[in-house]
Design a protein around this ligand. Structure first.
Ligand SMILES: Nc1ncnc2c1ncn2[C@@H]1O[C@H](COP(=O)(O)OP(=O)(O)OP(=O)(O)O)[C@@H](O)[C@H]1O
Ligand SMILES: [Mg+2]
Length: 368
């Protein structure tokens, strides 16, 4: 998918702005607090998913305005399309003139992936962030996975509440047997999907990471099963851990405890990676996600990279600016010199929610 034109009206700090992006690289630059993230956030909303900043709908409306409107013209392999989002107290969307029941109706119609600084948590934080990333990425390409995941979590909650009651009522042990069987089956299905996804993602992320590091570092990602010790199945482990689980009143193994170990040259990026290495891994995972989405859906998602450049050396920045071929990319940054290093594409200079200047291939069409 390619964004051909987007208009922001009373959106965040933008009163009225229209951008006509390049189908390749687009750099949005300006000082802090001028509206750069607002611009990529506006594009992201067309994916139909929640704001990556966790904003409530009403926060998107420009202070003092009754509502805000975003209009986007975009092309997909199938055709030219138009979408519109209006935010009053909550978001509403139209696609090609037809009102959708909710913004979620846009999911799968305008595909995008976003890297925002909080995505670094995928490398820096605990396993929870990595599981969330995997689950969200799989849901995007396989909607049935969301239901399987919800069922698995329901069973975990049910087992945990049984674990609490069983010490007072031993008759419940039979019920625990039943739940364990179901939980093991549901858990195995989740693990299978995650492992299949990682098998698609890892080579893509690795290829991109090779580009970042000029082939000097090797990135890998390995799914770590909590129940895999000595080749045991989840069913065995649930049985084995039962006493321990009853004491702790919680289920100690299963995909809700698994992890994804991201490594550079075989060692954990979380524990040993430098800032730049951690950022490179996170960006490679995100771009890898975009590549897998393209393979799975046939449609190339728009790639939104908010504040991706800081902490990266010039070689890695150059890779992002000039070597991601055939994708539409939006990059925000503060540093104007970044723009000078672009080989092709467009840049947009933003100040106080206004477009000061935009230009393509270094030929300035100043609007000052
Ligand atoms: N609903 C709103 N109405 C008016 N202004 C808003 C609204 N929401 C956010 N803003 C303002 O938008 C401004 C710019 O936000 P944005 O996050 O896009 O900046 P940025 O250019 O990405 O900055 P940085 O380089 O620091 O990331 C902020 O100063 C904020 O106060
Ligand atoms: Mg920003």
């Amino acid at each position: 998918m390619t964004v051909n034109r987007i208009r922001y009206q009373n959106y965040r700090n933008i009163e009225d702005m229209t951008l006509e992006p390049s189908p390749g690289v687009n750099v949005v630059y300006g000082e802090n607090a001028q509206g750069k993230t607002n611009i990529v956030e506006g594009i992201w909303l067309f994916s139909g998913l929640k704001s990556f900043r966790g904003a409530k709908d009403a926060e998107l409306v420009r202070f003092g305005s009754p509502f805000s409107k975003l209009k986007m013209e975009f092309s997909t392999a199938a055709r030219e399309q138009k979408a519109e989002i209006t935010v009053e107290t909550r978001r509403k969307a139209k696609l090609n003139g037809v009102e959708l029941p909710s913004c979620a109706g846009l999911i799968g119609k305008c595909s995008a992936v976003v890297f925002s600084p909080s995505f670094l948590n995928i490398v820096k934080n605990g396993p929870d962030e990595r599981r969330k990333f995997l689950d969200a990425a799989i849901c995007q390409i396989k909607p049935a996975y969301a239901a399987a995941l919800a069922e698995y979590h329901r069973l975990v909650r049910q087992r945990n509440s049984l674990l609490k009651d069983v010490q007072f009522e031993t008759a419940l042990l039979d019920m625990l047997d039943v739940i364990d069987e179901r939980l093991a089956a549901a858990g195995n299905a989740i693990v299978e999907e995650r492992e299949a996804y990682i098998a698609l993602l890892t080579p893509e992320a690795k290829r991109i990471h090779d580009g970042f590091s000029g082939g000097k570092e090797e990135m890998s990602a390995v799914y770590i099963r909590k129940d895999a010790a000595e080749g045991k199945t989840l069913r065995d482990v649930l049985k084995e851990n039962r006493k321990y689980d009853i004491i702790n009143r919680t289920t100690s193994a299963g995909p809700h405890r698994d992890d994804l170990d991201i490594r550079i040259n075989g060692i954990s990026a979380r524990s040993f990676g430098s800032q730049g290495q951690q950022r490179s891994c996170a960006v490679a995972m995100k771009l890898g996600e975009a590549a897998v989405m393209k393979e799975a859906t046939g449609e190339q998602p728009v790639v939104l990279l908010d504040d991706v450049m800081s902490e990266l050396d010039s070689g890695r920045q150059d890779y992002i600016l000039n070597h991601i071929k055939g994708w539409q990319v939006f990059i925000t940054c503060c540093e104007p010199s970044t723009v000078l290093r672009m080989c092709s594409g467009k840049f947009f200079h933003i100040a106080q929610g206004k477009l000061l200047e935009n230009s393509e291939f270094g030929i300035r069409n100043s609007e000052l």
